[in-house]
Design a protein around this ligand. Structure first.
Ligand SMILES: [Ca+2]
Length: 190
């Protein structure tokens, strides 16, 4: 009887190396599964992002570098245009880089569009309505030569007027122009 027990113990001992190998395999499989899981999460994030972008595009927005832009079909005063944008979770567009400026003037195609640049009071400095800091030096190259001229001391809002890098003009905020709203892309879901 006792001999039998010893035999069993010896058998079990003999199985230990194999068990250890299995354990090693299991943990390497586990690591692989975790890697696959994180791949899947990344893919589903990408799909969600594509879906978000497609949804906005189907509603008439353009996508460019993490932002959506809405080019209006109707003309409004600067203030009404901004109100419209805000009702669509957006603001009249800021222009923070040369590539953004290029995107906007090309899309505008030579038509007049309000952008989100206005003055703090008639004597104040220019500022972006979406709180993007206004870089006066970097932005100087975007004005049409000779602008802003504050014609009649009544031009406190800016619009894209020409299809070129130098495309901004200051105009009376009461003019009715087309306008461009901008909304940053924000990831939806967890
Ligand atoms: Ca002007």
């Amino acid at each position: 009887m006792l001999t039998r027990r010893w035999e069993e113990v010896n058998d079990l001992n003999a199985q230990i190396p194999a068990l250890k190998r299995d354990l090693g395999k299991a943990s390497s499989l586990n690591a692989k599964i975790q890697g696959l899981q994180s791949n899947l999460e990344n893919i589903s994030k990408l799909l969600r992002r594509q879906n978000d972008i497609l949804q906005m595009i189907s509603q008439g927005w353009k996508y460019f570098k993490e932002n959506f832009y809405y080019f209006s079909q109707v003309q409004k005063t600067w203030y009404s245009a901004q109100q419209f944008c805000m009702s669509r979770d957006s603001q009249l567009t800021s222009v923070a880089s040369e590539s953004e400026q290029e995107f906007l003037y090309k899309m505008a195609g030579g038509l007049f569009y309000w952008i989100g640049l206005t003055k703090a009071g008639s004597e104040g400095d220019w500022y972006w309505v979406d709180n993007t800091p206004f870089d006066k030096v970097q932005s100087a190259r975007f004005w049409i030569p000779g602008e802003p001229n504050n014609y009649g001391n009544n031009e406190h809002c800016a619009n894209i007027k020409m299809s070129s890098l130098q495309s901004w003009n200051d105009a009376s905020c009461d003019n009715k122009f087309l306008f461009i709203c901008k909304r940053p892309y924000i990831t939806s879901g967890p």
